[in-house]
Write a protein of this length. Sequence first.
Lengths: 161, 210
Amino acid sequence: MSQPPPFQRFLNEHRECVWRFLVSSVGPVEAEDCFQETFISAMRAYPRLRQGSNLRAWVLTIAHRKALDAHRARARRAVPTGEPAELERPQPDGRSCAPNGEEGLWEAVRGLPDRQRSAVALRFIGDLPHRDIAAAIGCSEEAARRSLHEGLSRLRRELAA
Amino acid sequence: MSDEIERLLRRGPGEQGAQTDARAASQRLVARMLSEDLADVTYASVDSPFGAMHAAVTHKGLVRLAFPEEDPESMLEQLARRISPRILSAPARLDPLRRELEEYFQGRRRRFEVPLDWSLIGPFARRVLRRTADIPYGGSLSYAEVAAEAGSPRGARAAGNALGSNPIPILIPCHRVLRAGGALGGYGGGLQRKRLLLELEGALTPPLAG
């Protein structure tokens, strides 16, 4: 590939994957802003993209950073009131009211520590190999494997409880 | 249990709605990108009696108009390569062109006013097509005349090639260039269309055309 494809095609091909990744990572409400920030950053950097870049891994890396920003901003907002970070936020469609089941799983994913949450979402929603997950998070491949394993273990514990 | 969790994770959140939600979010995103002027090229299809043509505009103006049978994807790839990959679909940006084309095909417009972007046209072709753009509605020139006036050192054949590579047909009226004896010559969009355009402009009377 000597040139990235027309941006509209890139957006059409990756929007659903990025959207799912963000919903799993920050929830449906904050996903909207993160989605826009992700693709606007991608658009700005797009003409300087290196030849042969893996576009999906690239855009998921950007989405991962935007999701992290959203989590950190939320944690900062939560500090004065002493709310735990994983406190369930009310969702407009009321789906989060279900204490367990599928929505319970996503609440649990959103409540994972940053690195575990990123590893789980990049692996299962983004379908990225460990090497790309490590590059996105900025850690070794071994550390990425470990975070993924710890995240899954924690989800199993929490959902079994 | 662990397989069940991995299966649910793999399926992702909001299975049913995700596709629709992602499409709606990307439409809002494109609207924002256009309002913040982040796209270098925008495109859409525009209707014509020949069928749906594919058009692309830059900040300078209309840069490309492709006949219906041309592959819009390869048109976009060419634009990504030659101009910029920051390309978005934006049907509303083509409204002025749509209006002018409609008026033209109804015989109510003799001159196009939408600005043109000549970026895809090389220096030699530019001389030929600039001269061509000056041929008035209803008029015509021969390949040799255009070549001579454009200072073409390689004559009518080179001018013909330049005309054949016209990226903005109809608006740069390469259909107004004919063979010296009045025969139609060639046309990138097919001779039938050249004849139809010349008849529309009254440069060719239908019974004599041929």
